[in-house]
Design a protein around this ligand. Structure first.
Ligand code: FEO
Length: 385
């Protein structure tokens, strides 16, 4: 339990044992499940934590309450990493009012077989709940990252309890920059829902925000505009930097050689930001996040079983699923007898909007030769313009 402001306590927990967050994302620095307590004339607990940490969390809450009973449990998000201890909490404090919206209570029924009817306080978009001097406003944030999600704004502290938004991978004591792990988290988990994130921002535009308290990662109370600006870019699929990501797969090293030659040519052309990524050997979520970071991308892969190499197929599927758009795309294909990777990649990217393909495409027959080296130089020249 940590005192954050005069009236607010952090009661979250750290998970250092987790192997894959949400069953798919590597989290070498663990994961934080955040939860908060506001002490006022009335007391409120905001969200619970993962089921594995029920006892630790209940102890934290008890300490934070300083002998008082909780008046409200506010459920901003029903995904089990935040809601799994609702029943444990209500069992511990049977008189607590459980605050959620219509969809929250539907999901409570689904997860727990009951919707806590006796405790239920159902709120609508924009409803307020006064704790005393802290007045809480509930703003619905559907699909950021589930349909029932809402965020809670505390007018007194000018603080936004932002649910999954502004979260990141890593336990709360992870010593690392926010941007990279927050980007990997955003595009992994929420990336498909940029329009919904923008809709939430529009609704929040009249709120002054001095602190952001997410359900994962550090509490943000300084340089708020940095986080808001990054989220605004991510939600609108606007690249963060001018540069080229070269994402490749390579079976025997020849496509890798092409990717690395392109990187050298780009640097010689004065392109400072070049990232080369072997997507079959790099954390996939990090590759996806990088693809959204740069304004240009080159995909290099082999023809494989009349299609493309499996890792590249998944990479493109993950991009299209997340509404990859507004990028310049170059292609390098390799094939020993019937190269068709460029055609397949182009077709697979067909669902993406506002992609501009380079005029130069590189075809490699098995290994680089003079002709394909010239083609790579031409692609580098075009991308470097
Ligand atoms: Fe952290 Fe969507 O749950």
């Amino acid at each position: 339990m940590t005192k954050i402001t005069k009236d607010m306590r952090y009661v979250g927990v750290n998970d250092y044992e987790i192997d894959l967050f949400e069953g798919q994302f590597v989290v070498p620095k663990g994961m934080a499940y955040n939860s908060y307590v506001i002490l006022d004339e009335k007391t409120a607990v905001l969200d619970t934590v993962d089921i594995k940490f029920g006892t630790e969390w209940l102890d934290n809450v008890k300490k934070a309450l300083e002998g008082r009973a909780p008046d409200y449990l506010i459920i901003n998000h029903m995904e089990p990493d935040h809601s799994a201890n609702v029943r444990n909490f209500v069992s511990s404090y049977p008189d607590v009012k459980v605050v959620g919206n219509f969809k929250t209570f539907v999901m409570l029924s689904e997860f727990f077989g009951e919707d806590f009817t006796v405790n239920k306080v159902m709120v609508k978009e924009g409803d307020c709940l006064s704790l005393g001097k802290h007045e809480l406003t509930f703003v619905f944030a559907p699909m950021v990252h589930w349909p029932e999600v809402m965020v809670t704004y505390d007018k007194f502290d000018k603080a936004l309890y932002s649910a999954d938004a502004f979260g990141k991978f890593g336990a709360s004591d992870a010593d690392e920059a926010w941007d990279d792990e927050a980007r990997r988290y955003y595009f992994g988990i929420v990336g498909k829902y940029g329009a919904q994130v923008e809709a939430l921002f529009k609704k929040l535009s009249s709120f002054e925000i001095k602190a952001i308290y997410p359900l994962h990662g550090p509490l943000l109370s300084e340089n708020i505009s940095h986080y808001l600006d990054l989220y605004s870019k991510w939600a609108s699929y606007t690249p963060e930097i001018s540069g080229v990501m070269i994402a490749y797969t390579s079976v025997y090293g020849h496509t890798k050689e092409a990717a690395e030659l392109l990187a050298r040519e780009l640097k010689e052309n004065g392109v400072e930001n070049v990232k080369v990524c072997d997507i079959a050997r790099t954390d996939f979520a990090a590759c996806i996040a990088d693809a959204f970071r740069y304004n240009k991308i080159v995909l290099a892969t082999t023809t494989y079983n009349g299609d493309i190499f499996p890792a590249m197929r998944k990479f493109i599927d993950d991009l299209t699923e997340r509404n990859f758009k507004r990028r310049i795309v170059g292609l390098i294909e390799n094939g020993s007898w019937a190269p068709m990777a460029s055609r397949v990649m182009t077709e697979r990217l067909g669902k993406c909007k506002e992609l501009e393909f380079t005029e130069n495409t590189v075809k490699i027959r098995s290994a680089l030769n003079d002709e394909s080296r010239v083609a790579i130089k031409a692609l580098a020249d075009e991308l470097g313009k």
